[in-house]
Design a protein around this ligand. Sequence first.
Ligand SMILES: [Zn+2]
Ligand SMILES: [Zn+2]
Length: 581
Amino acid sequence: MNPTPATRAAIAGSLREMAGLLALAGESPFRARAYERAATAIEHLDVDLAALVEAGRLTELPGIGRAIAAMIEELQRTGRSKALDALRERMPPGALALGRISGLTLDKITALHAALGVETIAELRKACEEGRVRGVKGMGEKTERRLLERIRALEDPVEVRLRLDRALPLAESFTAHLRTAPGVVRAEIAGALRRRAETVDRLVFVAAAPTPGPVIGHALASPLVASVSGRATGSCSAILADGVPIELRVVEPDRYAGALLDATGSVDHLRALARAARDRGLELDAEGLASKTSGARVPAAGEEDLYRHLGLPYVPPELREGNGEVEAAEAGRLPDDLVTADDLRGLIHCHTVYSDGKHTIAEMARAADAMGMRYLTITDHSPTAFYARGLDVDRLHAQWEEIARVQETVTVRLLRGTESDILADGGLDYPDAILEQLDVVIASIHARHRMDADRMTRRLVRAMQHPCFKIWGHALGRLVLSRAPIECRVEEVLDAAAAGRAAIEINGDPARLDLEPRWIRAARERGLRFVVSTDAHSVDALANQRYGVAMARRGWVRRGEVLNTLDTEAFVRAVSPRGQA
Ligand SMILES: [Zn+2]
Ligand SMILES: [Zn+2]
């Protein structure tokens, strides 16, 4: 029986409900929090839950003790939990939702239900507004007013955080719509998304047209738009159907470059540009450059022209974070050969059905052929990652045979690899004699994320001293928006990677995007090399490469620093677990 993500989400949901009900029932807050933590652990599991249950190894997960493990097992097997059902039985209907309102205890919820039949927040709100709550035993006008304030606070929209893989396709489809607007000459994504931030809180667009009105009308008529929040002569803002705020500026074509530069940011980058402008007797505003003395606009057909008038080379959007890029550009030290998607020759870090991937070796290989890639590394999980069906040596041998068979039918060169766990003591997961027969060894941490910085640093440094340690996979283990990076002394670990001549993976899985740009730059300073990977668990996820490229560029990584820009033979030599690069 194959569990679907919905099953896992439902189990996490039940654990959270249990936590909420326990808290409401006045149980120890520690007990309630234990269920919360377990729910989080289940949600962040990047492995097969059923296999964990099957193996009786749930208690190895952080924060899951015997009792909670039993509840998860019961939920996994039967879809229900007797303990949860019993607790629900004791509560008035809607208690859990009503319990989200601070100060509303179980006693009060019970009283409200008995007197007014209140079962939802909306019903409670209505009762407050109609002045009926003040008549309930134990409550007065003051309570009623306070409840209403808290309900309104709850209903305020929460801050939106969109991950890159959701923001980018959404913004691209909105841009496509914008480009069909009457009179539109150009339209592009701007804002933090153009700089390829891991997450954004809004989508920003800039368009050029002789008259803005029709473009704004067309934009707001998009089927993606749910409601209009603002509209002026040259701009508008709106909320898309799934709650995502958007902003659009429409300018005359000769102001487009300046508006795009301004709307792309960042604030710090623009500040540095404004300083460079002042040095040259110019002024930078939201529409471009103008002479400080005459006020005459400096004509600019594109952003390149604006930078040129400031005596600078073009600064790609991914670099515009105010991290010294303007100063580097002034000094002629800005890399002019940042890696691009077209530079990549090989797909790195790919899983198949042998471990927790969705597609077969043949399916992945054919997809790589279709993408015109020269090599594909098959790196399924190692035995310690039992929950992800990590391969023991026998199955690894079977995989090699299958790789050889599939190789006969495809053009792309298939490389034998593993994503070996970095064990708790810093060891790798196969005997050296096996590792040495592989083309590619990626080593990653998948368990014991929460060691203290000392132990974690020792673990990683020791792993990097292994002669077969060639690529450090999803280095700091963070999950975007949901899991903090591991704790370690990163610089010390990067020094060890440099000493061991290991490369660093820039992981393109949009849930990971690991390393972060600041650490990529710290790695570059040590002369380290990189692979831009997909961490693909399916054919579709081979497209993750674009996110990896974005992260590499944000870390100022040049083409020559990325090993998978190399031809097959040179790549194999560079990463071979048998020898030195
Ligand atoms: Zn991994
Ligand atoms: Zn992986």
